[in-house]
Design a protein. Structure first.
Length: 73
């Protein structure tokens, strides 16, 4: 999950600031961005899953409607 990367990244940034270590601060920034990207990916995957469920529901409904229409002929 992205929250762990974000927290670790912020801690590294703070440690880098306190010690004057620019490399550690940059590493923390990268790690925080990685956490944000993971959160975005999780959110987008959840949205895609919802859309897939909606499509499946509509396909089932369409198949039922066709079956009713065809049986009435």
């Amino acid at each position: 999950m992205g929250i762990q990367d974000k927290v670790t990244g912020r801690l590294k940034q703070a440690a880098g600031d306190l010690t004057g270590n620019a490399k550690l601060r940059a590493e923390g920034q990268r790690e925080e961005r990685k956490g944000e990207a993971k959160e975005d990916l999780d959110r987008l995957n959840a949205e895609a899953d919802l859309k897939a469920q909606e499509v499946a529901r509509l396909e089932r409904q369409s198949a039922r409607d066709r079956a009713r229409r065809d049986s009435g002929r």
